[in-house]
Design a protein around this ligand. Sequence first.
Ligand code: CP
Length: 315
Amino acid sequence: MQNFISFHDVDDLDFLVKSALEIKKNPYANSTLGINKTIGLLFLNPSLRTRLSTQKAAQNLGMNVITFNLNNEGWAIEVNEGIVMDGTSSEHIKEAAAVIGQYCDVIGLRSFPGLTDREYDYADTIINKFVQYAGRPILSLESAILHPLQSLTDVITVEELKTKSRPKVVLSWAPHTRALPQAVPNSFSEWMSKAEVDFVITHPKGYELSNEFTQGVKIEYDQDKAFEGADFIYAKNWSSFREYGKILTKDPAWMITEQKMALTDSAKFMHCLPVRRNVVVADEVLDSENSIVIHQAGNREFAAQAVLTEMLKGM
Ligand code: CP
């Protein structure tokens, strides 16, 4: 595997999922694969799970890990080409990416969208410039539009905990106080539509995701109807793609409650975290036996390790 920035970088999803579940049984089985290899984990935005799980995964493989909060510890980065750099930016991404590539064998990068300019965000400029200039494999730690490590984790978690050969998986929009990116639902839709599941998305009108990631996916605007017979409920807020970055509603009726979960077939509750209690999901659901959010977060380590294993094997 060269880069891991979207579903399209994966040759064989089934193999990758099985590999992660094997790694989970013995995370140290390949503890020398990454000896004398360095991964740089670069963050332009905050992270708890991605940062710690990817560091742990790399260390399980014997890699050296450099973590760098590029946004506030490095020089201000310019991404536009051919520009006169007489403003606030001190370093061009051309040099920054290439220099980091001198120190690292793999580069992990997190870069959120601005949510004001759809064309710019959906060009996924920062991560694509790193692919262009770093000269090293790039591992997305969540880009402006995709979060593939999260979605691989989610596929692994459904595969691990399903009780039917083809479970019903529902991605439900839920309210939030702030405008959030579409990266998690875009990726979740892209990955789940390739998995052995019946996949449905439910959201209020106006929250349709980009067609690029939802082609062929069933959209159900009635949340109660979507929940009927579900085996997994995956809650997530996102801002509007059409009216780009806007919050169109904060309707609390879309919060995931015990009453809504009662419509399902004893569904497991999933969320990528962090989650706002009693805004996105009621305490009673998040604290219930059917909530698998901690288990899901635990699987982040094995998803990252499965991906890093493939990258290291190719070096
Ligand atoms: N789910 C997820 O990516 O969590 P962090 O933002 O804490 O890394």
